[in-house]
Design a protein around this ligand. Sequence first.
Ligand SMILES: NC(=O)c1ccc[n+]([C@@H]2O[C@H](COP(=O)([O-])OP(=O)(O)OC[C@H]3O[C@@H](n4cnc5c(N)ncnc54)[C@H](OP(=O)(O)O)[C@@H]3O)[C@@H](O)[C@H]2O)c1
Length: 264
Amino acid sequence: MSKQGAGPERVFITGASSGLGAALAAEYAAQGATLGLLARRSAMLDQLIATLPNPERHRAYAVDVRDHAAIAAAAQAFMAHAGGIDVVIANAGISVGTLTEFAEDIPVFEAVIATNVVATAATFAPFIPAMKAQRTPARLVGIGSVAGIRGLPGAEAYSASKAAVISYCESLRLELKPYGIRVVTLCPGYIDTPMTQVNPYPMPFLMAPARFAAKAARTIAAGSSYKVIPWQMGVVAKLLRMLPNPLYDLAFAKAPHKPRKAAP
Ligand SMILES: NC(=O)c1ccc[n+]([C@@H]2O[C@H](COP(=O)([O-])OP(=O)(O)OC[C@H]3O[C@@H](n4cnc5c(N)ncnc54)[C@H](OP(=O)(O)O)[C@@H]3O)[C@@H](O)[C@H]2O)c1
């Protein structure tokens, strides 16, 4: 724990140049943490660090999470700098509409799975041996989504990717429990970030990123296995899970679609 006793000392966050990742960075920096922040847009990481308390302590890593060797190098560099690791948040992600009937959407599908699913494992991997060796309580945090609870029309790749993150983190949680490493799955509902600002439909219970980050940090500190934030979307997620297919199909037949676009 930090000297203030309010939070962990060493926190590594991917997708920290924007949205939830940047808000989590601000939350943990305010708690006194030393941060490793990773994303492709290094100028945005540098700008963010300049606004944080103790900017000299934090490190930026300009890395594409699809480059697994580069993530591993950033992880080792951060642990050498910070003297270990307490929390890793694999938050980097993309959300693009895809429709399987269009051949040009298949590379987009691949990019979504590579960024949201495979990169989550590639982010955790280099930290696990250190977490096992250091014997202080550590946390790995995966970012699912309410969109991963049931398949949403027009979000074929995104829903599949977030369902995969939820199941993957559950497998990993069981695997790492004996070592005292907690795996926390966070499922955001709708949070007001650049990812959702393009959505051409109403978003119930839309939450500000800073509020999300404060609630997420508390959930991570508690070592909870799974949490939907905000709680109202947790109720929605529970109902969605229980809904029989014929009723679900009826309710979502005309659901609005996320726009399709080329592979990011
Ligand atoms: N906002 C919501 O309502 C919501 C709901 C459910 C789940 N989520 C999940 O929350 C996470 C964060 O989303 P957000 O809303 O904060 O979106 P955002 O504002 O678009 O931020 C996405 C972050 O991911 C990074 N990223 C994307 N592709 C990357 C890559 N190949 N390599 C490295 N970094 C990459 C981006 O950085 P660079 O572009 O600089 O690389 C950016 O920092 C995502 O996993 C998303 O699926 C969000």
